[in-house]
Design a protein around this ligand. Sequence first.
Ligand code: ADP
Length: 350
Amino acid sequence: MTEILDALLVGVLVLDEDDRPVLANAAVREMGLVRQRAGSTVDEAHTIVRTLAGQVRRSGVTRVVELDLPRITHGDPLGVNVRAVALDGGRVAIEATDVTEAHRVARVRRDFVANVSHELKTPVGALQLLAEALLDATDKDPAAAIRFAERIKHESSRLGRLVSELLELSRLQGAEPLPELEPVDVDKITAEVLDRTKTPASAKEIEVIFEGVRGLTVYGNENQLVTAVVNLVENAIAYSPESTRVTVTTSASEDGFVEIAVADQGIGIEPRDLDRIFERFYRADRARSRATGGTGLGLAIVKHISTNHGGWVTVTSTVGVGSTFTLRLPSRPPEGTLALPPSVEIGGAP
Ligand code: ADP
């Protein structure tokens, strides 16, 4: 019986009429709902569990609560869904499910919504101010009026890009089914990238050059792959001084991957920022990102595209010397395309 209860992921606990645990499985102990005080060998139920048991015992009504319990050690709070049922003789049966992951996902979603609202509010506020200034200046100061109109153009195109990148990101995150993956000519991707980045490159007299192996094929979606490489080249241009060089190198690895590396001679990235730049809205240099019209979403999009393709993206960088972003993409269809949903991939012991 103990063995069976201990094999369950759900916590099982029975308290007697004095709130003493008479049955407690491994899961309920792991969740910290039953503990032994230091120096004691007597099991004790968590205060919150005892309070809940008391209510249920008095009212005879089954109760369900969902809690976030701070962990003694570290990490996210433990999310638990606790259900308590009154049994005869004042005993109470308690069932506890770990919902930490669901709570974490909900938290990330809330943070994201807050971030998006903030990111949208800033350019909208700027547009309002600029429009008022423009109205004011129209008769009095035509030169200033032109400057305000140009700022309006800049801010509104940033806003437009933000909205379209948000849509792109939500598509990539599974709001829509993945597009058909098919063999894509890497030379076609690089040619398209060159075409799309011509304007920002020539504005800073930056030369974008292609090196490496020609005639390679990757397995994926052309549009998405072009978007990913364009984002990397646009960043390379944005975070480099004028008259420098951006090199896009293509190569094939023996284990069935194609690498597309984008190297710049730019400002570089501090080691402490390297891990975080792929997060949505993370910018190492907020002021510069704003000045270049950055949205903080470009690299998050690149990361999603590479993982959706069964590949990944890496970065190496030296401050003041430059950065290299490398996309690794499969050159053949993934084996077993119809992967099992993640929920059945739990394998051995939890
Ligand atoms: P942004 O729109 O701000 O450029 P990204 O998601 O594309 O957003 O990039 C996130 C941050 O990573 C940037 O704000 C910048 O600080 C840093 N970054 C990205 N690419 C480079 C690069 N090539 N050189 C230096 N810093 C970079």
